[in-house]
Ligand binder design. Structure first.
Ligand SMILES: O=C[C@H](O)[C@H](O)[C@H](O)COP(=O)(O)O
Length: 220
Protein backbone atom coordinates (compact mmCIF):
# COMPACT_ATOMS: atom_id res chain seq x y z
CA UNK A 1 0.00 0.00 0.00
CA UNK A 2 1.44 3.41 -0.86
CA UNK A 3 1.95 6.23 1.64
CA UNK A 4 -1.09 8.24 0.52
CA UNK A 5 -3.36 5.22 0.74
CA UNK A 6 -2.04 4.38 4.21
CA UNK A 7 -2.91 7.83 5.54
CA UNK A 8 -6.30 7.81 3.79
CA UNK A 9 -7.33 4.41 5.12
CA UNK A 10 -6.36 5.40 8.64
CA UNK A 11 -8.49 8.57 8.36
CA UNK A 12 -11.49 6.56 7.23
CA UNK A 13 -11.44 4.63 10.53
CA UNK A 14 -12.60 7.88 12.22
CA UNK A 15 -15.90 7.79 10.36
CA UNK A 16 -18.96 6.47 12.20
CA UNK A 17 -22.49 5.50 11.28
CA UNK A 18 -24.79 8.40 10.48
CA UNK A 19 -22.04 10.94 9.87
CA UNK A 20 -22.04 13.56 7.14
CA UNK A 21 -18.58 13.37 5.59
CA UNK A 22 -16.81 16.04 3.56
CA UNK A 23 -14.88 14.61 0.63
CA UNK A 24 -11.61 16.26 -0.31
CA UNK A 25 -9.99 16.39 -3.73
CA UNK A 26 -6.76 15.00 -5.15
CA UNK A 27 -4.79 11.78 -5.32
CA UNK A 28 -4.76 11.24 -1.52
CA UNK A 29 -8.46 12.03 -1.08
CA UNK A 30 -9.12 9.58 -3.91
CA UNK A 31 -7.99 6.77 -1.59
CA UNK A 32 -10.18 8.11 1.21
CA UNK A 33 -13.24 8.02 -1.05
CA UNK A 34 -12.36 4.46 -2.06
CA UNK A 35 -11.90 3.56 1.61
CA UNK A 36 -15.29 5.03 2.54
CA UNK A 37 -16.97 3.05 -0.23
CA UNK A 38 -15.26 -0.12 1.00
CA UNK A 39 -16.46 0.50 4.55
CA UNK A 40 -19.99 1.14 3.25
CA UNK A 41 -19.90 -2.31 1.61
CA UNK A 42 -19.25 -3.68 5.10
CA UNK A 43 -22.32 -1.86 6.45
CA UNK A 44 -21.22 1.71 7.33
CA UNK A 45 -24.02 4.21 6.65
CA UNK A 46 -22.90 7.74 5.78
CA UNK A 47 -23.84 10.63 3.55
CA UNK A 48 -21.35 12.98 1.95
CA UNK A 49 -20.74 16.38 0.45
CA UNK A 50 -17.94 16.93 -2.06
CA UNK A 51 -15.31 19.61 -2.61
CA UNK A 52 -15.14 19.14 -6.39
CA UNK A 53 -17.12 17.79 -9.27
CA UNK A 54 -14.47 15.10 -9.70
CA UNK A 55 -14.82 13.84 -6.13
CA UNK A 56 -18.61 14.01 -6.34
CA UNK A 57 -18.62 11.97 -9.56
CA UNK A 58 -16.27 9.37 -8.06
CA UNK A 59 -18.36 9.08 -4.90
CA UNK A 60 -21.59 8.66 -6.85
CA UNK A 61 -19.99 5.95 -9.03
CA UNK A 62 -19.03 4.10 -5.87
CA UNK A 63 -22.50 4.40 -4.36
CA UNK A 64 -21.75 7.05 -1.72
CA UNK A 65 -24.87 9.22 -1.34
CA UNK A 66 -24.20 12.93 -1.98
CA UNK A 67 -26.32 15.50 -0.16
CA UNK A 68 -27.21 18.96 -1.42
CA UNK A 69 -25.74 21.66 0.84
CA UNK A 70 -29.26 22.97 1.50
CA UNK A 71 -29.93 19.74 3.43
CA UNK A 72 -27.10 20.01 5.95
CA UNK A 73 -26.33 22.16 8.96
CA UNK A 74 -22.72 21.08 9.44
CA UNK A 75 -20.29 18.47 8.29
CA UNK A 76 -19.14 15.97 10.92
CA UNK A 77 -15.72 15.16 9.45
CA UNK A 78 -13.94 16.31 6.31
CA UNK A 79 -10.96 14.30 5.06
CA UNK A 80 -8.67 16.05 2.59
CA UNK A 81 -5.08 16.12 1.34
CA UNK A 82 -2.61 19.01 1.28
CA UNK A 83 0.36 20.18 -0.75
CA UNK A 84 2.37 21.31 2.29
CA UNK A 85 1.91 21.03 6.06
CA UNK A 86 4.08 23.13 8.36
CA UNK A 87 5.05 22.48 11.97
CA UNK A 88 2.10 24.58 13.21
CA UNK A 89 -0.37 22.61 11.04
CA UNK A 90 -0.79 25.47 8.57
CA UNK A 91 -1.37 24.17 5.07
CA UNK A 92 -0.94 25.02 1.43
CA UNK A 93 -3.73 23.51 -0.65
CA UNK A 94 -5.04 23.92 -4.17
CA UNK A 95 -2.56 21.97 -6.26
CA UNK A 96 -5.61 20.46 -7.96
CA UNK A 97 -7.44 23.77 -8.11
CA UNK A 98 -10.16 22.85 -5.60
CA UNK A 99 -9.06 25.15 -2.75
CA UNK A 100 -12.17 27.36 -2.58
CA UNK A 101 -14.68 24.55 -2.12
CA UNK A 102 -12.22 22.68 0.09
CA UNK A 103 -11.91 25.68 2.39
CA UNK A 104 -15.69 26.08 2.60
CA UNK A 105 -16.00 22.42 3.61
CA UNK A 106 -13.15 22.60 6.12
CA UNK A 107 -14.54 25.77 7.71
CA UNK A 108 -17.92 24.12 8.18
CA UNK A 109 -16.66 20.82 9.59
CA UNK A 110 -16.61 19.78 13.23
CA UNK A 111 -13.39 17.92 12.47
CA UNK A 112 -10.99 18.40 9.56
CA UNK A 113 -8.57 15.52 9.06
CA UNK A 114 -5.62 16.17 6.77
CA UNK A 115 -3.99 13.19 5.07
CA UNK A 116 -0.56 13.39 3.47
CA UNK A 117 2.49 11.36 2.62
CA UNK A 118 5.63 12.42 4.43
CA UNK A 119 7.01 14.37 1.43
CA UNK A 120 4.43 17.09 2.25
CA UNK A 121 5.87 17.95 5.66
CA UNK A 122 7.87 21.19 5.83
CA UNK A 123 9.18 23.41 8.58
CA UNK A 124 7.84 26.53 6.93
CA UNK A 125 5.43 26.86 4.00
CA UNK A 126 6.36 28.24 0.61
CA UNK A 127 8.45 25.85 -1.48
CA UNK A 128 5.17 24.89 -3.16
CA UNK A 129 3.76 27.84 -5.14
CA UNK A 130 0.64 29.14 -3.41
CA UNK A 131 -2.51 28.67 -5.53
CA UNK A 132 -4.75 31.75 -5.52
CA UNK A 133 -8.20 31.62 -7.12
CA UNK A 134 -8.96 34.82 -9.02
CA UNK A 135 -11.90 35.92 -11.13
CA UNK A 136 -11.23 36.01 -14.89
CA UNK A 137 -12.33 39.67 -15.22
CA UNK A 138 -9.21 41.86 -15.42
CA UNK A 139 -7.13 38.99 -14.11
CA UNK A 140 -3.98 40.67 -15.47
CA UNK A 141 -4.51 43.52 -12.98
CA UNK A 142 -5.18 41.13 -10.12
CA UNK A 143 -1.98 39.27 -10.96
CA UNK A 144 -0.05 42.55 -10.87
CA UNK A 145 -1.42 43.20 -7.39
CA UNK A 146 -0.37 39.71 -6.36
CA UNK A 147 3.15 40.33 -7.71
CA UNK A 148 3.28 43.48 -5.57
CA UNK A 149 3.14 41.21 -2.51
CA UNK A 150 6.60 40.04 -3.49
CA UNK A 151 5.83 36.84 -5.33
CA UNK A 152 6.03 35.56 -8.88
CA UNK A 153 2.51 34.71 -10.03
CA UNK A 154 1.96 32.37 -12.98
CA UNK A 155 -1.46 31.88 -14.53
CA UNK A 156 -2.17 28.14 -14.37
CA UNK A 157 -2.88 26.70 -17.81
CA UNK A 158 -4.24 23.49 -19.20
CA UNK A 159 -3.84 22.50 -22.85
CA UNK A 160 -2.73 25.99 -23.82
CA UNK A 161 -5.70 27.74 -22.18
CA UNK A 162 -6.16 29.15 -18.69
CA UNK A 163 -7.12 26.42 -16.22
CA UNK A 164 -10.71 27.00 -15.09
CA UNK A 165 -11.86 25.93 -11.62
CA UNK A 166 -15.20 24.28 -10.81
CA UNK A 167 -16.32 27.82 -9.93
CA UNK A 168 -15.44 29.29 -13.34
CA UNK A 169 -12.36 31.13 -12.05
CA UNK A 170 -8.63 31.13 -12.81
CA UNK A 171 -5.72 30.07 -10.61
CA UNK A 172 -2.58 32.16 -10.14
CA UNK A 173 0.24 30.03 -8.72
CA UNK A 174 2.30 32.40 -6.61
CA UNK A 175 5.95 31.58 -5.85
CA UNK A 176 6.63 33.35 -2.54
CA UNK A 177 9.56 31.35 -1.25
CA UNK A 178 9.47 30.93 2.52
CA UNK A 179 6.23 32.38 3.94
CA UNK A 180 7.18 34.10 7.19
CA UNK A 181 3.65 34.68 8.47
CA UNK A 182 0.85 32.65 6.87
CA UNK A 183 -1.82 34.57 8.85
CA UNK A 184 -0.56 37.96 7.72
CA UNK A 185 -0.19 36.87 4.10
CA UNK A 186 -3.70 35.40 4.21
CA UNK A 187 -5.14 38.80 5.18
CA UNK A 188 -3.14 40.65 2.56
CA UNK A 189 -4.24 38.28 -0.20
CA UNK A 190 -7.89 38.53 0.81
CA UNK A 191 -7.74 42.34 0.59
CA UNK A 192 -6.98 42.29 -3.15
CA UNK A 193 -10.12 42.81 -5.27
CA UNK A 194 -10.41 39.92 -7.73
CA UNK A 195 -8.97 37.37 -5.32
CA UNK A 196 -11.74 34.93 -4.48
CA UNK A 197 -9.75 32.67 -2.13
CA UNK A 198 -6.25 31.36 -1.62
CA UNK A 199 -4.73 28.04 -0.66
CA UNK A 200 -3.33 29.03 2.75
CA UNK A 201 -5.28 27.15 5.43
CA UNK A 202 -4.22 28.83 8.65
CA UNK A 203 -4.92 26.90 11.85
CA UNK A 204 -7.87 25.03 10.37
CA UNK A 205 -6.88 21.50 11.43
CA UNK A 206 -5.74 19.72 14.55
CA UNK A 207 -5.41 16.28 13.00
CA UNK A 208 -2.77 15.44 10.43
CA UNK A 209 -2.23 11.80 9.46
CA UNK A 210 1.01 11.04 7.68
CA UNK A 211 1.76 7.89 5.70
CA UNK A 212 5.30 6.95 4.77
CA UNK A 213 6.86 4.82 2.08
CA UNK A 214 8.12 2.48 4.80
CA UNK A 215 4.53 1.56 5.56
CA UNK A 216 4.16 3.52 8.80
CA UNK A 217 1.37 5.86 9.88
CA UNK A 218 1.87 8.78 12.24
CA UNK A 219 -0.48 11.28 13.86
CA UNK A 220 1.08 14.71 14.22
O1 LIG B 1 -6.88 21.32 -5.04
C1 LIG B 1 -6.44 20.25 -4.59
C2 LIG B 1 -6.25 19.94 -3.20
O2 LIG B 1 -5.98 21.01 -2.36
C3 LIG B 1 -5.44 18.70 -2.88
O3 LIG B 1 -5.94 18.22 -1.67
C4 LIG B 1 -3.96 18.94 -2.76
O4 LIG B 1 -3.48 19.52 -3.95
C5 LIG B 1 -3.20 17.64 -2.48
O5 LIG B 1 -3.34 16.79 -3.56
P1 LIG B 1 -2.72 15.34 -3.59
O6 LIG B 1 -3.39 14.54 -2.55
O7 LIG B 1 -3.03 14.85 -5.00
O8 LIG B 1 -1.24 15.47 -3.38
Amino acid sequence: MNAKQLAAEEAVTHIEDGMIVGLGTGSTSYFAILGLAARMKEGLRIQAVASSQGSEDLARQLGIPILPFSDIEAIDVTIDGADEVDENFNLIKGGGGALLREKILAANSRKFIVIVDDSKLVRRLGAFSLPVEIIPFAYELTMRNLAALDCKPTLRSSEGKPFVTDNGNYIADCAFGVIESPAELSNRLKSIPGVVEHGLFVKMTETVIVGSGEGTIAYL
